[in-house]
Write a protein that binds this ligand. Structure first.
Ligand code: IVH
Length: 718
């Protein structure tokens, strides 16, 4: 166990070692640096393997590891027997039965970019004594992020299963593995001359099943798992095999590590290549990277690449695709395909020299929360924004992250000065997962929520039915600016060239006070500004003139009325001749429109009862902004009265009465949205002839209505 002080020291030391490496500024003697690296690596291994709760990203761990490796390479005298580079990580449990693997299960070396992979390719060629211009064939497959398993079959029967442990010895988990449907209890190895064999693979939990497990745990008041990997590694070791079975573990096998005949002779030599051995395992009913994980997986999980360029392209495609794959991956594994060449490459004490992991960009990182700022939005909502020490994350540098509202900050006990864990998955906006309370030194302070608007200082209020505090002063400078920025944005009036920075600039020059001023600009003055000139000023004028002719649904949307979005703008526009007609409407009249609820009705009603707002609109009209309904306003995009309104629909197979395109058009005009694939969000699947995997998937989901083409035609004609 590490004390809080010790953890903090090791954490700070890790960060300074990471920075030192970037700046190349080691002032400490190498022996001290080596000792520091050993200590921090040991600490992070404990957080990762024992606590299942790492405080730095895998990427940062690897950087530290590589520093130590490099240092030991330069100063071999600094190597100690307890150095983390001398062993391969352990997840052994104290009370479990331990078994020796038939051959050691090493780790993998890691790479992060194309250069690393090219360097790996060069080293393979050197080790194999091949010319620099020969192409090496590689097999590339997912690097599954679950729990490692090692299976032993003897005489065609599963006789033993174990975890990876320390690479030489693992915890015995045979009973649990026997419950997995993906682990054949009997496999016909003898037909291929194999009597005893050791297979390596990964036990995984599918992401959607993981979500369900957590939902159940949450409702039962139990602690949830941080990620599918933790749920899987925990599942491997359940005391009761029935519980292990319930966890939905699946075994993917990615390596035939050992194979002997009845006399004990090595028969691995029968295989020419890695992919040949994987095909054999596939034919014996093992789940391998060869199988598609879902019907609509469009990228194969494994590929034999002719050279390193193909490897790089394939790895990059998977980096993009990873979020669509139903299982968690943390990278790809690149393996020299020929077993003969693998042998020529050999091994270090840590990893095979013929394989390389290509790690995907980290999605999590720890960094310091410097401060919290409060931003006022267009409707007055005050949002706390975390100001972080800039940190690279999945390809971008993150330094501002929304903290949403007060409740979010309180529930996560986030304090200024904390180390926080930030995550950015796929295209998702970065968010703060948690603060690392154990690393506090006492200097952290709670986030103080302001009582007054940080910009106009009027008192903030928190409406009962809302989670946010609001500034209710509509004339607040921050709100005025935010509303102008929204007014001109693409979604609203779409005035090209009038973005955030231009508006802020004009505002500072005193040219803009209300949105009406956007239509009163003096373009000869604009032309004089640095970076503008005649042409840009003329273009801006043109964009403003064009916007004046917009259909009124855009204008309605652009007014920043809370809850009035694009769709509500269209619904309202279709009901009026002139925008100012709404002055005469009462609350009931709004609610006669389908899909307009009481909250929106009240907001719009209040807006149009306000004299100032009416004056603003009248001024705009005088400046030439269109206020009258146009044909486009009548043509609501979404047919909210359609029989399929609110439903998502998908067509599969060959239709006999119409083309797929026509069918989709008719579904859309009946109000449906057209789905791109079968998922739990799909409502209706219309099946034509020869429907295949989509139908099967929808049936398996059990939540999708399945219609014939005739049924579809009947429904939309009614
Ligand atoms: S090959 C001699 N292939 O990565 C090394 N490992 O090994 C043989 N892993 O925890 C490993 N997916 O469980 C290999 N397709 C794959 C893999 C894979 C995941 C894991 C493995 C182990 C770590 C390093």
């Amino acid at each position: 166990m590490y004390s809080t002080d010790e953890q903090r020291r090791l954490f700070d030391l890790s960060k300074s070692l990471l920075q030192g490496r970037q700046a190349d500024l080691f002032s400490e003697p190498p022996a001290q640096t080596a000792e520091d690296l050993r200590q921090v690596l040991q600490y992070h291994e404990w957080r990762y393997y024992v606590q299942n709760d790492p405080v730095i990203s895998d990427f940062e761990y690897d950087l530290l590891y590589k520093q130590l490796e490099a240092l030991e390479r330069e100063h071999p005298d600094l190597i100690t027997p307890d150095s983390p580079t001398r062993r391969i990580g352990t997840d052994l449990m104290e009370n479990a039965v331990q078994v020796n693997h038939l051959i050691p299960m090493l780790s993998l070396d890691n790479s992060y970019n194309a250069e690393d992979l090219k360097a790996f390719d060069e080293s393979v060629k050197k080790l194999c004594k091949l010319g620099a211009d020969t192409d090496i064939e590689y097999c590339v497959e997912p690097k599954y992020d679950g729990g490692t398993i090692v299976l032993v079959y003897e005489n065609d029967r599963l006789v033993r299963a174990a975890t990876r442990g320390n690479g030489y010895t693992g915890d015995e988990i045979t009973a649990n593995m026997r419950t997995l449907r993906t682990v054949p209890l009997k496999a016909d190895f003898s037909r291929h001359g194999i009597f005893k064999t050791e297979l390596r693979g990964e036990a995984l939990i599918r992401k959607d099943i993981f979500e369900k497990i957590n939902a159940v745990r949450l409702s039962a008041g139990e602690q949830t798992f941080a990620n599918p990997r933790n749920a899987a590694t925990g599942g491997l070791r359940m005391k009761d095999p029935r519980e292990a079975a319930e966890r939905g573990l699946e075994a993917f096998i990615y390596q035939l590590g050992y194979a002997t005949d009845e006399q004990g002779n090595n028969v691995l030599g029968k295989f020419r290549s890695h992919d040949e051995s994987i095909h054999l395992l596939g034919s014996l009913s093992f789940k391998t990277p060869l199988v598609k994980a879902s019907a609509d997986q469009h990228l194969p999980a494994t590929k034999s690449c002719r050279n390193i360029e193909e490897v790089i392209a394939f790895c990059q495609s998977w980096q993009e695709y990873r979020d669509e794959y139903p299982y968690e991956l943390d990278g790809m594994v690149v393996k020299v395909n020929s077993l003969e060449l693998q042998e020529r490459c050999g091994y270090t004490s840590h990893h095979p020299r013929w394989a390389m992991a290509f790690k995907f960009k980290a999605r999590q990182a720890t960094t310091r929360l410097r401060d919290v700022e409060f931003q006022v939005g267009k409707t007055g909502a005050v949002t706390p924004v975390a100001k972080l020490d800039p940190v690279p994350l999945a390809g971008v540098t993150v330094q501002n992250v929304s903290l949403h509202n007060e409740e979010f900050i309180l529930s996560k006990d986030i304090r200024i000065g904390d180390q926080v864990l930030v995550e950015r998955a796929g295209d998702v906006i970065p968010y703060i997962v948690k603060s690392l309370a154990e690393l506090r030194d006492g200097s952290e302070r709670p986030v103080e929520y302001p009582k007054n608007c940080p910009v106009c200082h009027s008192p903030l209020v928190k409406p009962e039915d809302e989670a946010v505090w609001r500034c209710e002063n509509a004339a607040c400078e921050a709100q005025v600016l935010a509303r102008m920025i929204f007014h001109t944005s693409k979604a609203a009036m779409d005035i090209e060239g009038m973005g955030e920075s231009t508006i802020e600039r004009f505002y500072k020059l005193g040219w803009l006070h209300t949105i009406t001023d956007l239509y009163r600009l003096e373009y000869d003055k604009v032309a004089q500004l640095d970076g503008f000139g005649e042409k840009s000023a003329a273009n801006l004028r043109l964009a403003v003139e064009r916007a004046k002719q917009n259909p009124i649904h855009r204008l309605l949307h652009s007014l920043s009325i809370h809850h009035l979005g694009q769709k509500a703008g269209k619904l309202l526009a279709a009901e009026i001749e002139h925008v100012l007609d709404l002055k005469e409407w009462d609350m009931e009249r709004y609610q006669q429109i389908k899909d307009v609820g009481p909250v929106l009705a009240r907001n719009v009603y209040n807006f149009f009862q306000n004299e100032q707002n009416i004056a603003l609109l009248q001024e705009m009209e005088a400046l030439g902004v269109n206020m009258k309904q146009t044909p486009e306003d009548m043509k609501a995009d979404v047919n909210t009265d359609g029989v399929l309104y609110g439903k998502s629909i998908l067509f599969t197979g060959t239709l006999s009465q119409m083309t797929r395109e026509e069918a989709e058009k008719r579904a859309a005009s009946a109000g449906a949205s057209i789905a791109s694939g079968v998922s739990k969000h799909l409502n209706i699947l219309v099946v034509g002839e020869k429907a295949g995997s989509k139908l099967k998937k929808a049936q398996a989901l059990g939540t999708v209505e399945i219609w014939s083409e005739m049924e579809f035609i009947e429904r939309i004609s009614n």
